[in-house]
Design a protein. Sequence first.
Length: 159
Amino acid sequence: MGPADAEILVSLNSEHHNPTAGYVAKLREELPHQFPDNEFFFQPADIVSQILNFGLSAPMDVQFIGNDLKGNLAVARKVMEKIRRIPGVVDTYIYQRFDQPRFDLAVDRSKASQIGLTERDVANSVAVALSSSAQIAPTFWLNPANGVNYSLAAQQLIR
């Protein structure tokens, strides 16, 4: 959601010693200690779980909608802390960051329509230019050699 976000794809070789879940558990434990100012979460690695999540980064997605962003954030934090205490819950986080720089864009719909553009076209172009196609149209490729699904994304380099 911001310029400091990153997605890391790890591919284990056939000689790895532990099940993937063991490595994820170890990373969940170690990463917050080594990088205390950062947040970490793990998306499902398999395409079936990703599809069952409807493309969301978690199997449970709680959203707060309203005009009071600070109030919504306060309630979201309280709910997140309660959810975090439920046995078996891991990777609780607030996906949308409110402490990042903002980019406001005003579109003159009349002028845009004269060249065949809609606000959606403009928003998608800006989103792809600032992040990647993974936000607009998530695409996956199944490697037939190893059966692993990989996320494909197009990014634009702006100089």
